[in-house]
Write a protein that binds this ligand. Structure first.
Ligand SMILES: Cc1cc2nc3c(=O)[nH]c(=O)nc-3n(C[C@H](O)[C@H](O)[C@H](O)COP(=O)(O)OP(=O)(O)OC[C@H]3O[C@@H](n4cnc5c(N)ncnc54)[C@H](O)[C@@H]3O)c2cc1C
Length: 502
């Protein structure tokens, strides 16, 4: 893994291997606008690599949102607990510093939550997801982190006829259970004007959603964790872990001996034998325009709304604080055998496709310069919801993964669960359904990669031809395939346990 303070080293390393980069319509391909902005005044605080054998009560591995929320929770609840946090690169250089900045709750999935957990628990989880957005807001205010938090909601739209009404089951569930204020159908008339996009046919508005500049949040959290007494070591990859009590986290030039370990390595967790079939790394890519200034005056959502569609390879957008349209698409390359690939950070072909999607969505900005374009790895899980577990029933090694591209807000909840478990605090969250380990497993390799690539190609085929094929039925089938879990006899769950009484 590339180390050091160079925000864009990963991209350059990948660009060097990609001749197609020269033809890119993105000016700085592979360069993360968010991180570039956030690093201008935060590089003064630096953390050296670990070069000794040290002890701590808790060792957190991974300095993205999950690891930092966990470390912060521990120090806030138990200031006497010693916490060491290591990151193989810089805190925030993984998915947390490079995402679309959608901090959204789960009311848009209420029907799915009910199907999985029943009404009572679904309502509780949806409320906790809104709490997670509150937590980001109050935490950043309290600690002077200006992450451009704007809680104005998300426009969830249909960019093809077959997507129209995909929000109806969630809206019906919200209305029936007294949560109607969280999701509302929008009148089609005026939607094109509101979104400024000819591709938008219909839509709904999710109110429990905020847009943020994610790198400013994660780098701010890094500073606060340090101020709270978390000992941070960067450029320090975990290269092995002995799961005894105490556990030993091994790094190239040192080790951390700790009573508890919290693994918060996002998509990289798939490299651990036990978790390889619980998640699959998958790319997601983003382009950002130059600041568009007064040209945004007619774009009603530019003041802080989020805008997205209902595809599996979902499009997502926000307008940054300085007036750039930041436009992304999920469903990128799969990391076979649990690998996080250079292509997850920068894939020239995918970036070109997204640049072209952007111009289709916003033809009025077709001449706008695309100054930045980058990608990152998502930890996709079959159940689509994050989960917390222990590596094995006897170990003190906890992990929290599986956000499936929706982790900006949920990581505050998962980090809180991890932090509390690490210091022995129990409550409804630590004992709830998200803390029961993986809800299912992906097929073994090579079926996982070959099958996944086939399904992905089919999704891309159907979704790129959405205006000509009435693909609702095909799409429903594909959605099921994407969520495939293996039959029980192939299930490796033995040995991977949850942490609570369920
Ligand atoms: C392009 C993109 C767009 C996205 N858009 C959104 C969005 O708009 N809204 C949303 O809710 N979610 C979005 N997501 C998902 C969201 O960003 C993630 O769910 C969330 O950031 C996960 O945080 P994390 O801390 O678990 O993982 P990460 O942020 O990936 O952090 C993991 C950390 O672990 C470190 N690490 C890895 N291996 C090791 C090791 N061996 N030793 C030490 N450290 C290690 C890494 O360097 C990294 O810093 C997006 C993701 C991507 C990639």
């Amino acid at each position: 893994m590339v180390t050091g303070y160079d925000v864009n080293a990963r991209a350059r390393a990948q660009r060097g291997t990609s001749r197609r980069a020269r033809a890119s319509s993105v000016e700085s391909p592979g360069v993360v606008w968010w991180l570039s902005e956030a690093m201008t005044d935060d590089a003064k605080l630096s953390f050296a690599p670990l070069a000794a054998s040290i002890t701590a009560d808790v060792c957190v591995v991974g300095g993205g949102f999950t690891g930092l929320w966990a470390a912060i929770e521990i120090r806030e609840q138990s200031p006497e607990t010693t916490v060491v946090l290591i990151d193989s690169d810089q805190c925030g250089f993984g998915a947390s510093g490079r995402n679309g900045g959608w901090a959204t709750g789960w009311h848009d999935e209420l029907d799915g939550l009910i199907a999985k957990f029943g009404e009572t628990e679904a309502l509780r989880l949806a409320a906790r997801s809104s709490w997670a957005i509150d937590r980001i807001e109050s935490f950043s205010q309290e600690h002077g982190i200006d992450c451009h938090f704007r809680r104005q909601g998300a426009l969830w739209t249909a960019s093809a006829p077959w997507q129209v009404g995909s929000w109806n089951p969630a809206i019906e569930a919200c209305v029936r259970l007294g949560r109607g204020k969280y999701l509302e159908t929008l009148e089609p008339a005026g939607l094109k004007a509101r979104t400024g996009s000819p591709v938008v046919l219909a839509g709904a508005r999710q109110t429990d959603a905020a847009s943020i500049q994610p790198a400013l949040l994660v780098r701010g959290m890094r500073r606060v964790a340090h101020e709270l007494g978390v000992q941070i070591f960067e450029s320090t990859p975990m290269i092995g872990i002995d799961r005894h009590r105490p556990a030993v986290v091994r790094t190239p030039a040192g080790q951390v001996i700790a009573e508890k370990v919290v693994l918060a390595t996002g998509a990289w967790a798939a490299q651990l034998r036990e978790l390889r079939r619980a998640i699959i790394p998958i790319g997601s890519h983003i382009v950002a325009t130059e600041p568009l200034g007064r040209r945004l005056d007619d774009l009603a959502w530019a003041s802080g709304d989020l805008l997205g569609d209902s595809q599996l390879m979902v499009h997502y957008a926000q307008v940054s604080h300085d007036g750039r349209i930041v436009f992304g698409r999920g469903g990128g390359a799969l990391g076979s055998f649990g690998r996080v690939l250079g292509r997850h950070f920068y894939d020239p072909k995918t970036l070109e496709e997204i640049a072209s999607d952007f111009r289709r969505w916003f033809p009025q900005f077709a001449d706008a310069r695309l100054t930045h374009g980058w990608g990152g790895p998502v930890d996709r899980a079959p159940g689509h919801l994050p989960f917390v577990g222990r590596l094995d029933a006897d170990s003190e090694v906890l992990y929290g993964i599986g956000y499936s591209g929706n982790g900006v807000a949920p990581s505050a909840l998962i980090g809180r669960i991890l932090g509390r478990l690490a210091i022995g605090l129990r409550d409804e969250d630590t004992d709830g359904p998200l803390a029961q380990g993986p809800p299912g497993y992906l097929p073994p390799e090579p079926i996982r990669s070959l099958g996944g690539a086939g399904v992905r190609a089919a999704v891309q085929f159907v979704e790129s031809r959405e205006s000509t094929i009435q693909s609702r039925i095909v799409h429903r089938g594909l959605r099921k395939l994407v969520a495939t879990r293996v039959p029980p006899f192939l299930d490796p769950r033995k040995g991977l346990s949850g942490v609570g009484p369920a």
